[in-house]
Each structure stands twice: as C-alpha cells, then as structure tokens.
Design a protein around this ligand. Structure first.
Ligand SMILES: [Zn+2]
Length: 90
C-alpha cells in the first residue's frame, strides 16, 4: 500500500517505537503505554488535533483526528467515514 501520511508514521512499519526507538509492541507504533501517550501528544502538537488526509485516488480531502490516525491506524476504506475537509482556513 502506498503511504499517504507523513513519513513519521512510516517508521512504525519498521517495528520500532517512534518515541524511544526500542522494539515496539507487535502491530503498534510504540513500546509502551507511556510512549503511546507521549507520541499522541507529539502528533497533536505537530499536526494539530485534526489532520487533512487526501484520498489520492479521488483527490477528496478528509478531516481526520490525529489521535485516530495514531491509535487506530488509517485505512483507505475508513477515510469516507470522516467529514470532508473544509478549506475555509487555507
Ligand atoms: Zn518507547
């Protein structure tokens, strides 16, 4: 699958904790609950509470909570359940 989220999320695919670089829990982005909380805080600071995610097959942008991307992980089929991005602030 093609990556459509910032490269920071790609690091998790390598199996290491994004925060402290030790092996992460299987399928997870971090090694512990503490790193997980810190990581979400970092993401919300870096990306804001919601993130604009563009479906590259349709060019439709969706407003996705950063926390959802981190905790659930984002799949193509999930994008449509989020509100469409409102460009009024850009
Ligand atoms: Zn960690």
């Amino acid at each position: 699958m093609r990556s459509y989220i910032d490269p920071i999320f790609d690091n998790a695919a390598k199996g290491f904790c994004i925060m402290c670089n030790t092996p992460a829990v299987p399928g997870g982005m971090t090694c512990s609950e503490n790193c997980h909380k810190e990581f979400i805080k970092l993401c919300e600071e870096k990306f804001g509470k919601v993130k604009k995610v563009v479906d590259q097959t349709t060019d439709v942008a969706y407003e996705v909570p950063t926390r959802d991307i981190v905790e659930i992980g984002l799949k193509w089929e999930d994008l449509a359940k989020y509100p469409m991005w409102n460009d009024k602030d850009e």
